[in-house]
Design a binder for this molecule. Structure first.
Ligand SMILES: Cc1cc2nc3c(=O)[nH]c(=O)nc-3n(C[C@H](O)[C@H](O)[C@H](O)COP(=O)(O)OP(=O)(O)OC[C@H]3O[C@@H](n4cnc5c(N)ncnc54)[C@H](O)[C@@H]3O)c2cc1C
Length: 460
């Protein structure tokens, strides 16, 4: 008789956990996976997927505006928030159901309830008793971080609640400068909500290329979002008229909803990792090696709970690499280099590789190719929308180190650019690619003039 009930017990049925559990079960291993909420995790239930539906819903107002320039008259257009939420939630339930079926078809056993590590070989699931297992995979993801001692914080919501607001607010204040904050600012603004985005830093999207950051802030303001930088909310007061956010710059801002998007933290609370001696990083994430193994020999962790690159495809690939290593006898490290990402702001961003700043630090001399232009779609529709395309190239080897795009379809473009960049494409090879015309993407392969940034001796 086997020593343990299971070969693998996965905690968390999100992007990383589900992929790992399925692949492990398909190898013939006895696998259980615990989930305290709905199967699918952040991405499917309260992240990427519902967010993208909200982006789609909100983009129509801009399309309607643009359509006027093309001769359309759209009268009486209105938006029905409850109707949209019903459609969105139906689709989310369908997708969650697919995840459940995929787990079942692979032979993994789904256990509903909050799981807790009792010791290195025992997991307890609320309402389902304790289970013994040879190996444990922690895939519990992350959750929004909130400043617990901020006066009035109980009145603020996070992205979790933004997907289920009983009614669409007339005014919203969003605190934060990361991708979730700018995406929701675009969503609510597009849906006609008076939107203020407040961020304590000097610019939005820390970690992104500086040209992208300043370009986006300008574009958001052109769309009507009030962007308040270098300031933060110090208190929230509830009044008869709504919520008053006190800003550190001395201003007050009244709104119906205040949303905090100040970052996310690894979700390890109540997980009992200390019972097995699993070490955490300084920031409270589960510390792992390149194979996603923790300091405890039979316990692994993948996805946001390890706080490496917190994106769905990364969690999936880490889960896959874990299963290949442990259950298919094929040691696999997921390579975290050149992972492309998108920000579904309006306009959206696609980015892969190094920012100009990081490239200069790592490579010394780099060449910059940069184009700012009005996308053809807006040529005669009024407005002043601009796209930005930027390449960062290692001067010594000509290797393309970074590619950054702000503008229509940037997320779609960057997926393709990432292929060449992962392969180590040089600027000469990049330029040998013939353009697709007329597109915005063609600018990427037709930038020949090196850009000299202001302050480096010449006027750009
Ligand atoms: C608003 C928002 C938008 C996003 N947009 C994008 C995007 O556009 N593109 C992108 O790539 N990424 C996006 N992300 C990030 C992406 O959702 C995460 O990187 C991804 O879901 C991480 O997967 P995971 O498996 O690590 O964790 P999760 O998907 O969070 O899954 C963890 C699961 O574990 C469960 N769990 C936790 N603790 C326990 C426990 N003790 N017992 C049982 N179950 C437990 C949770 O309920 C959850 O279902 C977004 C995130 C948010 C919040």
């Amino acid at each position: 008789m086997a020593q343990y009930e299971y070969d693998l017990f996965v905690i968390g049925a999100g992007s990383g956990g589900v992929r790992a559990a399925r692949l492990a079960a398909m190898s013939g291993a006895r696998v259980a996976i615990a989930e305290e909420d709905r199967v699918g995790g952040t991405c499917v239930i309260r992240g990427c997927i519902p967010k993208k539906f909200m982006v789609y819903a909100s983009e129509f107002s801009h399309h309607f505006k643009t359509s006027k320039g093309y001769g359309w008259t759209i009268e009486g257009a209105s938006f029905n928030w409850p109707a949209f939420l019903t459609e969105k939630d139906t689709e989310i339930a369908r997708l969650s159901g697919i995840y459940v079926r995929n787990l079942q078809n692979a032979g993994a056993e789904l256990v509903h309830g909050k799981a807790r590590v009792v010791d290195a070989h025992t997991v307890e699931v609320a309402g389902h008793g304790t289970h013994t297992t040879d190996k444990i995979l922690i895939a519990t993801g992350g959750r929004p971080w909130m400043p617990a001692d901020l006066p009035g914080i109980e009145h603020a919501i996070t992205s979790n609640e933004a997907f289920h607001l009983a009614e669409l607010p007339k005014r919203i204040v969003i605190a934060g400068g990361g991708y979730i904050a700018v995406e929701f600012a675009g969503i609510f603004n597009g849906l006609g909500v008076d939107t203020t985005l407040i961020h304590r830093g000097p610019n939005l999207l820390r970690g992104f290329d500086d040209d992208v950051r300043s370009h986006l802030a300008e574009e958001l303001e052109k769309r009507g979002i009030k962007v308040v930088l270098a300031s933060q909310i110090t208190a929230i007061e509830k009044t008869g008229g709504g919520l008053i956010s006190k800003f550190s710059n001395g201003h007050d801002c009244e709104s119906d909803v205040v949303m905090f998007c100040l970052g996310r933290e690894a979700y390890v609370e109540g997980l009992g990792l200390e019972n097995a001696g699993v070490k955490l990083t300084e920031k409270g994430a589960v510390a792992v090696d390149d194979y996603s193994r923790t300091n405890v020999e039979n316990i692994w962790a993948v996805g946001d709970v390890t706080d490496r690159i917190n994106l769905t495809p990364v969690a999936i690939r880490e889960g896959q690499a874990f299963a290949e290593t442990v259950f298919y006898d094929k040691p696999t490290k997921f390579d975290h280099e050149m992972v492309a990402s998108a920000v579904f702001s309006q306009p959206p961003i696609g980015s892969v590789g190094l920012t100009e700043g990081d490239a200069r630090k790592q490579y010394g001399k780099v060449d910059i190719y940069l184009a700012r232009l009005k996308p053809m779609k807006y040529a005669f529709t009024g407005g002043d929308e601009r796209a930005l395309l930027k390449l960062v190239v290692d001067s010594a080897t000509e290797r393309v180190l970074g590619c950054h795009v702000v503008g229509p379809d940037a997320p779609e473009m960057i997926q393709m650019a990432a292929i060449g960049m992962k392969m180590g494409v040089t600027k000469t090879q990049w330029d040998a690619t013939c353009a697709v015309h007329p597109t915005l993407a063609e600018e990427l392969v037709t930038m020949r003039e090196k850009h000299v940034p202001m302050g480096l001796g010449q006027v750009a």
